[in-house]
Design a protein. Structure first.
Length: 74
């Protein structure tokens, strides 16, 4: 991975996604009492990371180099 502008935009997009997901969870599940604030914060942070990783997988030229595949033979 390189620290270029592609990684900057991917991390920014992940942060914005987490922000909106936090608002969605807070307005629905937290308000109904199904989740507390700590659970909402954890799930929004995890979703932001998953979204950024998904973008890195879909956009291979956005600063993520291909990792070598290790094949194990028995």
């Amino acid at each position: 991975m390189r620290g270029d502008s592609g990684m900057f935009w991917i991390s920014g997009a992940g942060g914005v996604f987490g922000l909106f997901f936090d608002s969605l969870l807070g307005a629905t599940l937290e308000r109904r009492g199904w989740l507390n604030n700590d659970a909402v914060n954890f799930l929004s942070t995890a979703s932001a990371a998953a979204f950024a990783l998904g973008l890195m997988a879909v956009l291979p030229h956005a600063g993520v180099e291909q990792f070598p595949v290790i094949r194990l033979t028995l």
